[in-house]
Design a protein around this ligand. Structure first.
Ligand SMILES: [Zn+2]
Length: 295
């Protein structure tokens, strides 16, 4: 178990306007940033569960409640672009007790587009890289392999979201949050965020021009961990970029997966595996944990 820790508001000031000076106490919220690092634990090597965490407590995860999941490399690629992907997805959904009609996907294109789903929305959605929903029956699924899955849950409206955030689509987490605010009056302070597994700054080298432009757009004065550095040399930290974006927007509860897709062979990695990479399915929804029979 990794330690949890709390960053007091005055240490958030370096993030710039709005980060450290939100009104404290409006709902018992202290304005502090709470960070919960964790490692993935796979059941039967195929699926890892992890909860949204707020004030140190997992949110209704042990029974019927909102939760997050990711498939492993050994569960096979979940890519819609290869024929075996649909077989693997079907097997995964069955293992979760999910009817495929409950599962919403989008056609991922590394954009910052987010779909606000309704129960009647198409299950295989148009081009976008994120979805939000408030349907307790819905499960949102994206695929990732080095890119970062960002899971969001509004503890007040019970709306939830999931986005696929690579270097190109960084900023999409804010789009999802803004859509939640517009639709459900979501308060960022009431949101629990999870930054899932991705290629870590240990391994994510890019060319100098990309590093420079990423730093210009998402970097800045480094705050306390995990708020920087967003770019170190020519290595990008997707989690730090997203933590900064979310914290600047007012989010205060962030769980952070510490497993790097490039070095952890339980995980799919485009950079490590090459063209036949394993696209992992990231899922969020109101799972019945007891129905989660491992594959
Ligand atoms: Zn790494």
């Amino acid at each position: 178990m990794l330690p949890n820790w709390t960053i007091p508001p005055h240490n958030l000031d370096s993030l710039g306007a709005g980060a450290g000076d939100r009104e404290a106490g409006a709902s018992g919220d202290s304005g502090e940033l709470h960070v919960y690092p964790f490692h993935l634990v796979f059941e039967k090597d195929t699926l890892a569960w992890f909860p949204f965490i707020m004030d140190g407590a997992a949110l209704n995860f042990q029974g019927r409640g909102i939760g997050c999941a990711i498939s492993s490399r050994s569960a096979g690629t979940m890519s819609p672009r290869v024929p075996e992907g649909s077989l693997h997805r079907r097997r995964l959904y069955t293992s979760l007790g999910l009817d495929p009609a409950q599962v919403f996907t989008c056609t991922q294109v590394h954009s910052r587009e987010v779909l606000a789903l309704e129960p009647e929305s198409p299950r295989e959605g148009p081009q976008a890289d994120g979805m939000i929903s408030r349907d307790p029956q819905a499960c949102l699924a994206i695929t990732v392999a080095d890119c970062l899955p960002v899971y969001l849950y509004d503890t007040e409206s019970h709306g939830f979201g999931l986005v696929h955030s690579g270097w190109k689509g960084t900023g999409i987490a804010l789009k999802a949050l803004q859509l939640m605010e517009a639709r459900w009056h979501t308060r960022p302070e009431a949101v629990a965020a999870v930054l899932g597994p991705c290629i870590g700054p240990c391994c994510y080298q890019v060319d100098a021009a990309r590093a420079r432009s990423f730093d210009q757009e998402f970097g800045g004065p480094d705050g306390a961990y995990p708020l920087g550095p967003v770019v170190k040399g020519t290595a990008l930290d997707l989690q730090a970029a997203n933590a900064r974006i979310l914290v600047n927007a007012g989010v205060r509860h962030i769980a952070l997966c510490k497993d790097c897709t490039f070095t952890d062979e339980r995980l799919g990695s485009f950079r490590r595996e090459g063209p036949s990479y394993t696209a992992m399915a990231a899922l969020v929804g109101a799972f019945h944990l007891s129905l989660g029979k491992p594959l």
